[in-house]
Structure formats: C-alpha cells, structure tokens
Design a protein. Structure first.
Length: 297
C-alpha cells in the first residue's frame, strides 16, 4: 500500500507517493570474542527492520535537486522509537530510492547505494518558553521577509516565493516589528495549510508540520541572508493543526559559535496555543558568503 506524501520510484515526477514499511527480521550475528565463553566484544546495533525505500517527490524540494530538510527529517523520524534528532550527512536526493534501516535500539540510518545520507540520535526536546504574536502581527512581519526579494532557493517547498498556493507551504518569516532593533529578534509568519497536506482526518500530516518548522529557523539564524546548511533537526508535534486553520510560525536564534548556528522554532494554532516546536543546527559552508548550500532549506 502507498502512503500520501511521498512518491513511488518510477512514477511520474508530479506524483507524491511512498511505499509503506514492511518489517523484516535479520538474524543476529554470532558473538565475537577470543572464545565461546570468553569476553564478548561490543556489537553494533542489530538491524531489526528494513522498511521499503523512501522516494521523495520533486515537489518537496528545498534546493532544486534535494529534499527540504525538515520534511525529510520528519519522514525519517516517523520510523523511530521515541524522540530523535535527524542528522543530515548530505543533501537528500529526489526521485531516487533511499534505503531506511531501523536498528533494534530504534535508531535509523538512511542510505543511497550504501552511502549514508542521514542518521538519528536520541534527543529529548524541552518545551520552549516562547509567546506567540497574534496573526495580524505575523502577517505584517511576513511582508518584510527578505526571502521575497533575496532567496537562494526560490522554489523551496516551504519558503520559496515562486511556489504557488496549494503547491508550496508559502511560509515567509520576517522580523517582528516590535523586536526589529533587538539582535535576538524573532521572526514570524502566518501559515494556512491547504487540502493537499491532509492526513485524511482534516489535520496536517506530521511530516508537513516538521517542514513548517524548518525554514523559519534559517531566517532567524541568518538575519543577514548568509547561506547555512541544515545539519541536524529535531521536532516535537504535540498536536496536529487543522487544514485551513490560521496558524503562526515563530523562529528565534539560540546560539552561534563560528560557522555553527542553533535556532528554535514553534508553531501555534488559531487560538495561539503551542502545537509543535523544534531545534535546528545550521552550518555555514566555507567560501564567500558561505559558498554553496545544497541543503540550506
């Protein structure tokens, strides 16, 4: 059976499908050691499940040739047992099969032709102490989003201004006017989820909520528009928002050390109640203005 939200490899590029996971067991390797009764060396985690490959449709791109990092991370984390941070080792490619390996300890590795694309690690996430601006404040902030005029990837599924309504999320975070002079100012944007994001129960699929929490963190971490790569992402969805609900997304900078940035994001429902939140690590690539950015959004 195929799940909405991804596409099966071999279908037309515009389709959005994914194969459902079918658990498979692998035999555990025999213990290694100096003798059958001697000390046993530490073993790598045993692979307990191999879901069918992920194959991400071009619709869900960040850069033109790779997946939006938050969306991809949400799909990977869905296979985990408990909260995990997803570490991106290279840009997740589009329209190619990616092997997903789930170990007995619940951690995950994603590979393309044997080469690691992403891994996970245990990462609890605390509830952020952040207040929501009202919807009209978020609308006003969004009008000043720098991505509307200066964007490295204008076709990004989440924040690309060239994506049409009903195709991209069209989340355009801008500085909140009341905090514009503050070096730690927050960014905010309105968001109304369209019907294509429906999980079948009138609410947004979790991976799309992960996606919505991604790009606002980059706008907060890089107010001068320098390129940064999404290195690691962890999110918690407390409850899914409804299709057509007027939501607010907020982002803020947490820390910076050299080329490494950390940011937080939060998603609020129409009643300005916190529904989901995330933390991200962004890394500026070496080179002028951060150089190339194959996974910046």
């Amino acid at each position: 059976m195929l799940r909405p939200g991804l596409r099966a490899c071999g279908t037309e590029p515009g389709a959005a499908w994914a194969n459902a996971a079918r658990p498979q067991r692998r035999e555990a390797p025999a213990p290694r050691g100096p003798s059958a009764t001697g000390p046993v060396l530490a073993q790598p985690a045993i692979i307990s499940r191999v879901p069918e490959p992920l194959c991400i449709a071009p619709r869900f791109c960040g850069p033109p040739q790779s997946a939006n990092g938050g969306y991809f991370a949400g799909l990977v984390a869905a296979h985990a047992q408990g909260p995990v941070a997803v570490r991106l080792l290279r840009p997740p490619p589009l329209a190619v099969p990616l092997e997903v390996r789930v170990a007995d300890d619940g951690l995950i590795e994603v590979l393309r032709q044997g080469e690691p694309v992403a891994t996970t690690r245990r990462q609890p996430l605390s509830v952020p102490d952040v207040a929501a601006p009202d919807y009209l404040q978020a609308v006003e902030a969004s009008r000043h989003c720098r991505g509307l005029t200066q964007h490295p990837f204008p076709t990004c599924f989440v924040c690309g201004p060239q994506r049409a309504r009903g195709d991209g999320l069209r989340i355009f975070p801008g500085l909140l006017e009341s905090e514009a002079s503050d070096s730690g100012a927050r960014v905010a944007a309105p968001w109304v989820a369209d019907d294509s994001l429906d999980a079948g129960d009138g609410k947004v699929r979790p991976e799309f909520m992960w996606a919505a929490l991604d790009c606002p963190g980059w706008f907060a971490a890089s107010p001068d528009a320098r390129v940064a790569l999404l290195g690691e992402f962890v999110a918690h969805v407390d409850r899914r928002v409804h299709i057509g609900e007027r939501c607010v997304v907020v982002g803020w900078r947490i820390a910076r050390s050299g080329r490494k940035h950390e940011s937080g994001t939060a998603l609020f429902d129409e009643d300005l109640q916190l529904c989901a939140y995330a933390r991200a690590i962004w890394v500026e690539p070496r080179g002028p203005r951060g150089g190339r950015d194959e996974n910046a959004t």
